[in-house]
Design a protein around this ligand. Structure first.
Ligand code: ATP
Ligand code: MG
Length: 570
């Protein structure tokens, strides 16, 4: 373990102790909830997670999930899963199913599975009610006219010429809209509030638009669909959501959220906003992620380079690591760009404690011939699966007369302080003997192809007095080595802050051409029998997770993350 990592572990421990003595400060949502519970405003809380089923969940959603489910868990409340499915053309049951799978994978269980479309009848009824009270009207203006008449922040808007239709006329037209009499865009239903309102959101917002489209749940029952603002608060209210938590960009919508609830006189849910998660070198807009998938720039939503939950799962990230990460970034009211290394640090923390260890030699290895090894002899070593538990489970590793090592672990003209293998030098082959390099064999191009070595039988661990050498390297027996495919991943983008793509460029211009390098490795046989279900550590190389593309003949391993880097947690 490097010095920096040890340092950060000590800091971690110190922090944990401090937190145990003095509990972590509450975040602003916890403060609100504790006040609401202690004042008796609510007996228990009910939150919801409201994805639109138009794509796969990503790391940003993980933050929202941890907040919504985490708060409910902490305060003995519950969380509904509510699909915000009011955009039939972009939504699909493929996404509905994938979202559920991802939430379960994170370890959260929702109370009720709901859909905005469950409430279409109720929303429609409320719209008629608003029409009859003179609070809504059917507008025939085109989109351009409506935009032009909306005014600006400085100037008031202009009333629509259709604004003073009678409730009876509006009701008739609205029913005709519902019955399919008009084409898309021909008419809309708007709330009648105030075209001069200082908050632009209140300038007669649209409640319904016509869309002759098949809906993944309601089929062809509807050809009018409610807008987000007219839907979200009412859905919260129908479900008696106490704390409706969303991202900051919705704060300008909050007054309208409250207005609909007040105007309809329904259960008063409340909306609270937190800062969305932004990560360095990462894009989290579903629209752009979909484009990457559709253009074949990645192998699919679950490409291990994608920031989607199915992508990072395939990469080998664990739910525990993601939760640790969400806990560390906390909940704030200010937009933040989080260093992706913090996420990797969490993955490493979790895997370091739990991952089984195996030895794998990288492609283009060097063969060692142990010249004093008895011909055909195989010696099996019991090696710990996790060195943190020396008395824990072990795997059996075969040692034979021909050994493969990483080319990077040998240097012919080595400097004095080089402690791996060099001519006439000694190293320990991890878990086994100390060997000495006696002769270097090269091909006609001068490339090293074989090292003739001798082993010292007295250095077998446990055999007698422990003799130490400065270097220990990993290895595999050539006779038992299993070839595996390695998929080495790097950042998908080269720009740290992907919100700063210059205007004359496209985000796709920043795709990292080296984000995937396919290579080979030679593994000790026990690796292929691992059934831990989580990523494993290839000793001295990194963490790897077996990919679903694996076949018995060609096991494939995705690089989850390196063993360490210089990142320090503060
Ligand atoms: P995108 O912009 O990626 O399409 P979205 O906000 O449209 O995301 P939804 O499916 O509507 O995606 O989001 C479901 C919930 O997750 C919402 O409450 C939303 O605020 C939250 N959420 C989405 N992205 C993030 C993020 N980057 N950080 C935190 N929460 C997020
Ligand atoms: Mg959305």
């Amino acid at each position: 373990m490097g010095f920096k990592n040890r340092n950060s572990t000590i800091m971690e421990e110190k922090k944990n102790i401090e937190e145990a003595v003095e509990p972590k400060k509450l975040n602003f949502l916890e403060e609100i909830i504790e006040a609401d519970l202690s004042s008796g405003k609510y007996e228990s809380i009910l939150t919801r997670f409201p994805p639109e089923p138009n794509g796969y969940l990503h790391l940003g959603h993980a933050k929202s999930l941890c907040i919504n489910f985490g708060l409910a868990q902490k305060y003995g409340g519950k969380t509904n899963l509510r699909y915000d499915d009011t955009n039939p053309t972009k939504e699909d049951t493929e996404y509905v199913d994938a979202i559920k799978e991802d939430i379960k994978w994170l370890g959260f269980q929702w109370e009720k599975e709901c859909y905005a479309s469950d409430y279409f009848d109720q929303l429609y009824e409320w719209a008629e009610q608003m029409i009859l009270k003179g609070q809504a009207y059917v507008d025939d203006q085109t989109q351009e006219e409506m935009r032009a008449n909306r005014g600006t922040v400085e100037t008031p808007g202009t009333d629509s010429p259709y604004r003073n239709r009678t409730p009876e006329e509006n009701l008739k037209l609205f029913r005709e809209m519902r019955d399919g009499k008009y084409a898309d865009g021909e008419k809309v239903l708007r709330a009648k509030i105030d075209m001069a309102h200082p908050n632009m959101m209140f300038r007669d917002p649209i409640l319904y638009r016509i869309k002759h489209a098949h809906h993944h749940r309601t089929g062809d029952k509807w050809c009018i669909y409610p807008m987000y603002d007219y839907t979200h608060g009412q859905c919260d209210s129908i479900e008696n959501i106490t704390h409706s938590i969303c991202t900051l960009e919705f704060d300008v919508h909050r007054p309208l959220y409250d207005w609909f609830i007040e105007t309809l006189g329904i259960y008063p849910s409340h909306q609270y906003e937190f800062a969305r998660l932004n990560l360095t070198y990462t894009l989290m807009s579903k629209r752009k992620l979909l484009e990457l998938v559709q253009k074949g720039l990645v192998a699919g939503w679950d490409d291990p380079r994608m920031p989607t939950l199915c992508g990072v799962r395939r990469r080998g990230y664990t739910p525990e690591a993601l939760k640790m990460f969400c806990d560390k970034i906390g909940v704030s009211k200010r937009d933040q760009l989080i260093d992706i290394q913090l996420l990797e640090w969490c993955v490493r923390q979790d895997l370091n404690a739990r991952a089984n260890r195996y030895m794998v030699v990288s492609d283009d290895p060097i063969k060692l011939t142990i010249t004093n090894w008895e011909d055909g002899k195989v010696e099996w070593f019991d090696c710990p699966l996790n060195p943190a538990e020396p008395d824990g489970a072990t795997r059996k590793v075969p040692f034979t007369g021909e050994i493969l090592i990483d080319r990077a672990d040998f240097m012919e003209d080595a400097p004095k302080k080089y402690f791996r293998l060099k001519p006439d030098g000694e190293v320990r082959l991890k878990y086994t003997y100390i060997i000495k390099c006696n002769e270097v064999v090269k091909d006609e191009n001068g490339k090293v192809i074989e090292l003739k070595c001798s082993y010292d039988p007295s250095t077998r661990p446990g055999a007698g007095e422990w003799r130490s050498v400065k270097g220990t390297i990993h290895w595999v027996s050539a006779a038992y080595a299993k070839e595996v495919e390695l998929r080495l991943y790097d950042l998908l983008f080269t720009l740290a802050d992907m919100s700063q793509v210059p205007e004359d460029k496209d985000y796709k211009d920043f795709l990292n051409p080296a984000s995937l390098v396919v290579s080979k490795g030679y593994a000790e046989p026990a690796l292929l029998e691992d059934n831990s279900g989580i990523a494993v550590q290839f000793e001295r190389i990194g963490y790897f997770f077996k990919d679903s593309d694996s076949t018995p003949d060609c096991p494939v391993f995705n690089k989850t993350t390196a063993l360490k880097d210089s990142f320090k947690i503060s």
